[in-house]
Ligand binder design. Structure first.
Ligand code: ADP
Ligand code: MG
Length: 630
């Protein structure tokens, strides 16, 4: 690598070593091949834009600055003969010491995270580099050397220079520069000379930096290349769909189109412009996302905070976008943004806007809403579980599968509409998956009498249910509860004659059978008893009064790996032919013991609490052998 200092830098220092992380980073950047090297320009422009934003901010608060009249702008020029490009801004600039720190070290966390991502996850460095606070160095994907000449906005600051070739060291020096700001000269590698063309730069700016909030000029062109205007300050009726989409992609670095957006301009009670997006997918590839959640907060077009988390409740953290509030005092520092009372009002307005948009979508764009629900339903459920004040507003957004509509998504309102006159509760069943839930003995009665039951098989459902005990006038009721009051029987499905043909067990026989189960299962069950609830199932396990509800048990189980499900009560169906025949076998019959074991094991399995399902195999084999001996 060429170590000679460019002659245009006077009084250059002896080589200064880059921080280890920077060395590693440069090594990766220089020795890899990139398909989209052009993004280095986006990164340099984004740094220039950040420097301009800081400048705009400083101008509001400090009197003495260098070049107070200078237009806040970015200029790109090309020297086609020298194969250099130059990026200049009139931003805050850097002193010599600032360059030493800012362009010689990187925040440990950012650098580590980036290196890990590139090494372990095998993602392309150029896709993600901007998100780790290391964007500047991407220039070495295309540069033979880079020279930065900068002059800080502080009136007494002197211009300084920085120079590096991508090797392990850099140089600092003095420089001549009259105006405030930073100029970066990039000498292109032989294989990157394509960038030494104005038309190419124009293309790249259009693609990646169109909405940068400052004018970008290329060469002698008097017209700015980027469209720049804050799209969120335009009237929603003037913005085209594709403009929304383009802006979204530049804002979020998501490569997919957003699902939809909410754009609103409000005058009262606060003057706000907000453009909020719902992404299409939760998972945009871990690294396609912005570095953090949160909305971009502007006050009168000046960026106050990049990732503002307090503008929406945590369960709406998937929402991306920009909020521009006219009434937010400009001198509100980044730290006390949270403390501002206006922020609370802002949050309320934004939250309502998002909820209302979802509600509208659910009503008018059903398919789109289902797409949303499939991706983001868990967030809504989280909101129901966690937001004590607003949870009821989220109820209409919930969607469920049910025993009658196992593949559709129905709302609580749909459920209620179909409820017959005799039904006073909304029934649900909890389980691990739709299929095993559909076979649950808890459903016997409801199926026999045509009552619809919501099936809840998502791990967050038990959390959600703690915040959803009642909808309108109807309580939610778990069908697995031991002593629930059953709804009146509807027209019972025709029972086969066959079952009636068997003589029912006498009370004594039932008591004896229950006794056999009790003595054999011992402490593994809290009790054994008969029930009228079951029709087609032999037995079921229930939690009796006083025991922790099934919802809480599931929550505990998820939070604590050692949590053991407490012993349950086994309920038997005395009408079931298996039990009737079992009752006729002598108590010490070996097969009878095996059958009792298997009835208990099956009940555990269907509850999703069997500790060792494959342990059933030897027993099933034994039962098959016995069956074949007949
Ligand atoms: P990030 O932009 O995420 O902070 P970068 O690697 O892109 O990380 O830039 C490193 C730092 O260099 C910036 O934080 C900033 O302090 C400084 N810097 C880069 N370009 C400029 C510029 N044009 N004007 C002023 N400071 C700059
Ligand atoms: Mg940057």
């Amino acid at each position: 690598m060429n170590e000679t200092v460019d002659p245009k830098i006077e009084d250059a220092s002896d080589p200064i070593a880059f921080q280890t992380e920077v060395k590693q980073l440069l090594n990766i950047l220089i020795h890899s091949l990139y398909t989209e090297r052009e993004i280095f320009l986006r990164e340099l422009i984004s740094n220039a834009s950040d420097a301009l934003t800081q400048m705009r901010f400083i101008q509001q608060t400090e009197r003495e600055v260098l070049d107070p009249e200078a237009e806040l702008e970015i200029r790109l020029t090309v020297d086609a003969d020298e194969k250099t490009i130059t990026i200049s801004d009139t931003g805050v600039g850097m002193t010599r010491e600032e360059m030493r720190t800012n362009l010689g070290t990187i925040a440990q966390s950012g650098a580590r995270a980036f290196l890990n991502a590139v090494e372990a996850e095998n993602v392309a460095a150029n896709d993600v580099i901007g998100q780790f606070g290391v964007g500047f160095y991407s220039v070495f994907m295309a540069a033979e050397w880079v020279k930065v000449i900068s002059r800080s906005y502080r009136p007494d600051a002197e211009a300084a220079s920085w120079y590096a070739t991508g090797s392990d060291t850099f140089h600092l020096g003095t420089a001549e520069k009259e105006e405030r700001g930073t100029t970066i000269i990039v000498k292109l590698n032989a294989d990157a000379e394509e960038f030494a063309e104005e038309y190419r730069l124009r293309q790249i700016v259009k693609k990646h930096s169109d909405y940068v909030a400052y004018p970008i000029y290329i060469g002698d062109d008097e017209e700015q290349t980027n469209r720049q205007n804050a799209i969120w300050r335009q009237s929603p009726s003037e913005v085209k769909d594709e403009e929304y989409t383009d802006f979204y992609k530049q804002l979020t670095l998501d490569f997919q189109d957003p699902l939809t957006q909410v754009h609103f301009v409000a005058d009262a009670p606060l003057k706000i412009y907000a453009l909020l997006y719902f992404p299409a997918k939760v998972d945009q590839g871990m690294f396609a996302l912005r570095a953090d959640d949160g909305l971009k907060l502007y006050a009168r077009k000046i960026l106050i905070e990049e990732y503002t988390k307090d503008l929406l409740p945590p369960y709406y953290r998937f929402v991306q976008g920009v909020v521009d509030a006219e009434d937010l005092p400009l001198n509100v520092s980044r730290e006390n943004v949270q403390a501002n009372a206006l922020m609370t009002r802002l949050k309320k307005i934004l939250t309502n806007q998002v909820t209302r948009k979802l509600e509208m979508m659910a009503k008018k764009e059903v398919e789109k809403y289902i797409d949303f629900w499939n991706e983001f339903g868990q967030f809504i459920k989280e909101g129901v579980a966690s937001d004590e004040t607003d949870r009821e507003k989220l109820y209409p957004l919930l969607r469920f599968h049910s025993t009658m509509h196992p593949t559709e998504w129905i709302s609580l309102a749909d459920y209620i509409e179909r409820m017959g006159a005799g039904q006073e509760k909304i029934y649900y069943i909890l389980g691990d998956d739709e299929l095993s839930v559909s076979r649950s003995p808890h459903l016997d009665y409801f199926r026999a009498h045509d009552y619809e039951v919501l099936t809840m098989t998502d791990p967050v459902d038990s959390f959600m249910l703690m915040g959803l005990r009642k909808y309108q006038d109807f309580e939610l009721q778990n069908v697995a509860a031991a002593d629930l009051e059953l709804p009146v029987p509807k027209e019972t499905k025709e029972d086969g004659e066959a079952e009636d043909a068997i003589e029912p067990m006498s009370d004594d026989e039932v008591a004896a059978l229950v006794g056999r189960f009790q003595s054999q299962l011992g402490e593994r069950v809290s009790d054994v008893r008969v029930t009228e609830r079951l029709t087609s199932s032999v037995a079921r396990l229930v939690d009796v009064d006083g025991a922790l509800g099934q919802e809480m048990q599931r929550v505990y189980r998820m939070m604590d790996r050692d949590y053991r499900v407490p012993a349950k009560t086994l309920e038997l169906n005395p009408q079931h032919p298996i039990l009737m025949k079992l009752s006729e076998l002598p108590e010490d019959d070996a097969l009878s013991k095996t059958i009792i074991e298997q009835i208990y094991a099956s009940a555990l399995l269907i509850e999703g609490v069997h500790p060792d399902p494959s342990g059933m195999i030897p027993r099933i084999q034994e039962l098959m052998e016995a069956a074949l001996e007949r």
